[in-house]
Ligand binder design. Structure first.
Ligand code: CA
Length: 266
């Protein structure tokens, strides 16, 4: 059962999610593709998506709509792009794991332009992230891992922006227990202790550097966006500060304030 980003078939001419599996179907054998959603407790959501099918067999792919007992099943057979719609009722929770379950033979089922929004229209926001499946992430040259700009924008960058809004300083912590488990499982030589990894191992250094290099431009984009909101255009900022920047991207972020370093040796 494969879930893949397909850049050659899509409804929006970028990319779509492709689900495929040669089979056969076996009891209790399935694969789950999921995303945690932040939901309003008790609210019902309307899910819309564009789908395209090729040899989709009965109950091969499904999407739970409340619990795993109630599911949406895409049409069977082979068909061109069509928009489907169903409701999702996560229940009295504030986070919900939206899942696509694959468990039977399917030539290919493409899913694109997913939208999940309040059914009562109270909030038109699409709560699904990377809903067009267009984020390609940056796949390392050695194929060992990928760094998703999307995940960083939705995670660390949002936290940093919220902290900035509240005038709270934040520092990024690279804690050993948060090193990607799939890499330590594949490369046991990275493991130093039960919950630690060798920060000097070339692969560990490479992964951390890739994360920081991806996070840094994302946070810089937030700085440029903030300046745009504050000054509107660069000429206004230049007139206030007597500077000659050509774009907001050129404006350096405020200097790092001296703080007492806290070093924790594990
Ligand atoms: Ca797409």
């Amino acid at each position: 059962m494969t879930f893949a980003r397909d850049a050659s078939v899509s409804h929006d001419s970028a990319a779509a999610l492709r689900v495929s599996f040669a089979g056969p179907k076996k009891p209790n054998s399935y694969r789950q593709f999921f995303q945690p959603l932040t939901v309003e407790p008790g609210a019902t959501y309307r899910v819309r998506a564009w789908i395209k099918g090729q040899d989709v067999t009965a109950r091969a792919v499904s999407i739970p709509t409340a619990t795993w007992a109630t599911r949406y099943y895409p049409p069977e057979g082979t068909y061109d792009w069509q928009q489907v719609e169903f409701t999702l009722t996560p229940g009295n929770v504030s986070t919900y794991r939206f899942s696509i379950i694959g468990e039977g033979p399917v030539g290919a089922l493409w899913i694109d332009e997913l939208t999940i929004a309040r059914a009562d229209g109270a909030d038109p926001t699409n709560i699904a992230g990377n809903a067009g499946f267009d984020d390609a992430a940056t796949v390392a040259a050695n194929g060992e891992y990928a760094v998703s700009t999307y995940a960083i924008d939705r995670g660390p960058v949002r936290w940093l922006e919220a902290a900035a809004e509240a005038n709270v300083a934040m520092s990024l912590l690279l804690a050993p227990q948060y090193f990607p488990a799939f890499l330590t499982a594949k490369h046991p030589e990275l493991v130093l202790a039960e919950e630690g990894y060798d920060v000097h191992h070339p692969l560990a250094r490479e992964v951390i550097e890739a994360f920081l290099r991806t996070t840094n431009p994302s946070t810089k984009r937030g700085w440029a966006r903030y300046l745009t909101e504050q000054y509107g255009d660069i000429a206004e900022l230049n007139s206030v500060y007597g500077t000659a920047y050509r774009t907001f991207d050129e404006v350096p972020a405020p200097g790092v304030r001296a703080v007492e370093p806290t070093v924790r040796v594990l």
